[in-house]
Design a binder for this molecule. Structure first.
Ligand SMILES: C[S@@+](CC[C@H](N)C(=O)[O-])C[C@H]1O[C@@H](n2cnc3c(N)ncnc32)[C@H](O)[C@@H]1O
Length: 266
């Protein structure tokens, strides 16, 4: 999964960016390439790479076949603003979390849901977010740690998210029983909602395998209270994996399903 990329910088990098790019390449098991004056297309051809991990002065992004994927908290920012204004958030309602709760987000992606959860659980809580694709994990981890153009509360929530590069199949098996209040899955939808999706830049990178009954069983063991899954409305995945749909979002193309631990023997 990692051999198809190279790491490089902008055309005229500062020394710190070059050093960081070299370190990142070593960490991820990829090749660091001096950018010189090459275009991305030329670099891809020369090195036989599908993707380019690009280190800029203050950010890291991936150039994929679908364009540039970079970290930005825009949808999370709006949702947090709404929460602060007293509006609800469907994910937070589904997870039933509040100040001090602990959450295992098994599908980090762009990091928006993890960030909103981190804002809600605050400094007394904890959000661990797993991402199986190392390039997505590297971009979002760097963004959450270094993004600076937001309010202090949102920046603090970003810094608190603990990103782990891991397949949730493996990670869940290492967790103790009841070790997180809620466990969350937002897998790549079985039927992508392409037109309205901010996920398009990560599609070439993201893992699209379906969840399995075994993963959900493990999640139910690890969750103290709830397991939640997001899928497109009408998805057969909810019934297949044993989730009950939550109310709300009648006109939305996404739905949330929950498994309440108290109603289920693991
Ligand atoms: C739909 S996106 C998640 C979007 C995310 N909730 C957000 O707010 O941006 C799904 C992500 O989960 C990752 N993923 C899929 N299967 C996984 C697994 N078994 N373990 C860890 N991550 C996984 C994909 O690579 C992708 O980045």
């Amino acid at each position: 999964m990692t051999a198809d990329f190279i790491v490089t910088t902008t055309r005229k990098p500062d020394a710190a960016s070059e050093i960081f790019a070299g370190k990142l390449a070593a960490q991820l098991g990829g090749k660091f390439v001096v950018r010189e004056d090459f275009s991305f297309d030329s670099l891809k051809k020369i090195h036989g790479a599908e993707n380019i991990l690009l280190v800029k002065k203050n950010s890291v992004s991936v150039i994929t076949a679908e364009g540039e994927f970079f970290f930005h908290p825009n949808t999370a920012h709006l949702r947090i603003k709404n929460l602060r204004g007293g509006d609800g958030d469907r994910l937070i309602d589904a997870l039933k979390i509040s100040d001090g709760s602990t959450v295992l987000d098994c599908t980090l992606g762009l990091g928006s849901d993890a960030l909103v959860a981190s804002f809600i659980v605050g400094a007394r809580g904890k959000v661990v977010a797993l991402e199986v694709n190392p390039l997505i994990a590297a971009v979002v981890r760097h963004g959450l740690k270094n993004f600076s153009d937001d309010t202090p509360q949102i920046l603090e929530a970003m810094r608190r998210v603990e990103v782990v590069t891991a397949d949730c199949r493996d990670y869940l098996s290492t967790c103790a029983d009841n070790s997180f209040d809620a466990v969350y899955f937002d897998p790549m939808f079985r039927r992508p909602v392409k037109s309205s999706s901010g996920l398009n830049p990560i599609r070439p990178l993201a893992d699209s395998r379906p969840l399995t009954a075994e993963i959900i069983r493990e999640a139910c063991r690890v969750a103290r209270r709830r397991v939640v899954m997001k899928e497109h409305s009408g998805s057969a995945e909810f019934a297949r994996l044993g989730f009950t749909l939550t109310d709300g979002g009648r006109y939305s193309n996404v739905s949330f399903g929950v498994i309440d631990k108290i109603y289920r023997r693991v």
